[in-house]
Design a protein. Structure first.
Length: 402
């Protein structure tokens, strides 16, 4: 066997389903950007050769991390709203007074695609510096056909500019645009009749997302958006049960959603429906933290029902100004009670599942993309233990040091 590149002598956390927790004195070999071998050095096929052999010196190797829920593309910031919340105003009162999502919409509409790309790259670089090799990016700050497509094009441009995999979600159903406030039905009809078909035709959306919430979209409106997604063969995901219990988790499950996200107010029935549908729970502790939420997602219920849990940054300028996946992992264990193993699986295996990409990424298994994070650490707990310390040693994207 001849490898283009092989890493030897590390502690390998494969994250394969039912795999060993760690392979000691392990190796990962790449051929044409894919994993061609993963296992103990002693089990390498006799007579193997490699164009390049890299010594890991006992370092921990994990799959490249996956941030499966972000709003990375936007213009401006909402630091003023952060200060208002520190003075006691809430996310909801600020939104009702014309701030919140719509204030980012105004600035995002005014920005051209190149400006959006530059802003997102600055945030992407921070995520990549912590070993992120794949990222989901949503639209949702355009809320017109042209502005939503502009956002999705900006998201697609990121993977041209950086060695990273981008998965996009069309989130035209993020909030009712201010100019359509008296015409909700008209805006929903536009999403269904115009925005989803155009994004699908141009191949700009890998999935359709919606914000099912008081003050955003009702379950009936969300259902209509999901039916349109289905008609265009696009999978769905949902911002569900974040601020109010609206049956969002069950609604997502009814449509076989890849994921339901936030879920602070999901009940047992919602958890069971998600488990039956294979819908992944994406936990977003950055938003819980920044909004000083008191209600935690029902992690025990998810475990009991057998719901897979992912963890993501929810990077956005309002509810989760967070560009650190390691911090999201720390918050998931400290605030939500996930175990270290669950937090690591949440940014690898389960995040891949939440993106519908488990066949291609999220674990170190032969045939998958050779995306690795190599850490100056020997145990997964060391990735999560410190806040603000980045132990990344090297990041490998499709078999290349990147
Ligand atoms: O995931 N919940 C809705 N959407 C975002 C918030 C976006 C914003 O406030 O700009 C979220 O928290
Ligand atoms: Fe979000």
């Amino acid at each position: 066997m001849h490898f283009d590149r092989i890493w030897t002598g590390g502690r390998i956390a494969t994250l394969a389903e039912d795999g060993p927790a760690l392979i000691e004195r392990g190796a990962v070999g790449a051929v044409r950007g894919r994993i061609a071998f993963v296992g103990a050095v002693d089990d390498l096929p006799e007579g193997w050769t490699a164009a390049e052999t890299i010594a890991l010196d006992g370092r921990l190797v994990t799959p490249g991390l996956i941030d499966c829920h972000t709003h990375l593309v936007f213009a401006g910031d909402r630091a003023d709203e952060f200060e208002m919340r520190l003075r006691g105003e809430t996310y909801e009162t600020i939104a009702a007074a014309g701030g919140g999502i719509v204030s980012t919409v105004a600035r995002t509409r005014a920005a051209d695609e190149a400006t959006l790309v530059e802003g997102a790259l600055e945030r992407l670089d921070r995520l990549m510096a912590e070993g992120v090799t794949a990222i989901e990016v949503k639209s949702g700050y355009g809320l017109t056909l042209d502005d939503e497509l502009k956002m999705l094009r900006a998201a697609r441009a990121l993977e041209v500019r950086r060695p990273v995999e981008v998965v996009t979600s069309l989130l035209a159903a993020h909030t009712i645009p201010p100019e359509r406030r008296d015409d909700r039905a008209g805006y929903v009809a536009e999403i269904i009749g115009s925005i989803i078909p155009a994004a699908a035709a141009e191949g700009l959306a890998d999935a359709v997302d919606a914000f099912c919430e008081d003050g955003a979209f009702t379950p009936a409106e969300t259902r209509a958006v999901f039916q349109a997604a289905r008609a265009h063969d696009l999978p769905v995901r949902l911002h569900a049960d974040q601020r109010t219990a609206g049956g969002g988790a069950a609604l997502a499950a009814e449509f076989g959603a890849l994921s339901a996200d936030h879920l602070e107010r999901t009940d047992a029935q919602g958890a069971r429906a998600m488990a039956a549908a294979g819908t992944v729970a994406v936990l977003l502790p950055g938003a819980f933290y920044a909004l000083r939420d008191q209600e935690k997602p029902p992690v025990a219920l998810f475990r009991e029902a057998g719901v897979k849990m992912a963890v993501a940054t929810d990077c956005n300028p309002g509810s989760s100004p967070l560009t650190s996946i390691l911090t999201a992992m720390n918050m998931a264990v400290v605030l939500f009670g996930l175990s270290i193993d669950e937090a690591l699986a949440g940014v690898t295996r389960e995040a891949a599942r939440a993106l519908g990409r488990w066949g291609d990424m999220g674990s170190l298994e032969v045939g998958k993309a050779c995306n690795l994070a190599i850490w100056d650490a020997t145990r997964p707990v060391e990735l999560v233990y410190w806040l603000g310390r980045n132990p990344l040693h090297a990041r490998i994207f499709e078999g290349e040091v990147a």
